[in-house]
Design a protein around this ligand. Structure first.
Ligand SMILES: [Mg+2]
Length: 165
């Protein structure tokens, strides 16, 4: 398997069946912030995302936000609203922040999954850290300028990968 292959590709986080994920042995979810939980053109997560996270906690999942976003106030605010700890300036695809997130949750790699909207940060980073990854489609088409460049390669890489709708 390539370092750029996600374990699964799902249209958006709310479509990920948490009960099935828990039944498969996962206990810790590491979450990207921008365009995974919080659309790039907004400052808060949609209610559907907040409800999905509430259900994750009810089931017993441990959650942490692992964001490349350098703005600590933005990341801390979202993480607080969504009821989880956070790491900002994570520098994914480097695996260090992802591993540190797992340590904070007391989770083993086999029981951890990273969910994010970018192949070249989230999926690559998760694979380098040795954990399962779920790629989701970005919530909006609004991206940072350098992300837009990666999106071109990403679209090419994802051309033949079926997405669970
Ligand atoms: Mg993102």
């Amino acid at each position: 398997m390539s370092l750029l292959s996600p374990t699964r590709y799902v249209a958006r986080v709310e479509l990920i069946d948490l009960d099935a994920l828990f039944a498969s042995g996962k206990r810790a979810i590491l979450l990207d912030r921008d365009n995974t939980l919080v659309p790039r053109d907004r400052t808060t997560a949609p209610d559907t995302v907040a409800a999905w996270l509430d259900h994750a906690r009810e089931l017993g999942f441990e959650l942490i936000m692992v964001s490349n976003n350098m703005h600590r106030d933005e990341v801390a605010c979202s993480a607080g609203e969504l009821g989880m700890d956070y790491i900002c300036g994570a520098m994914k695809p480097a695996p260090f922040a992802i591993r540190s997130g797992m340590r904070r949750l007391g989770a083993e790699p086999a029981e951890s999954v990273l969910i994010g909207d970018q192949l070249y940060t989230d999926v690559w980073g998760g694979n380098l850290a040795g954990i399962d990854t779920i790629l989701v489609r970005p919530q909006t088409t609004v991206d940072l300028w350098y992300t837009q460049i990666f999106r071109i390669f990403e679209r090419r890489a994802l051309r033949n990968l079926p997405c669970e709708e």
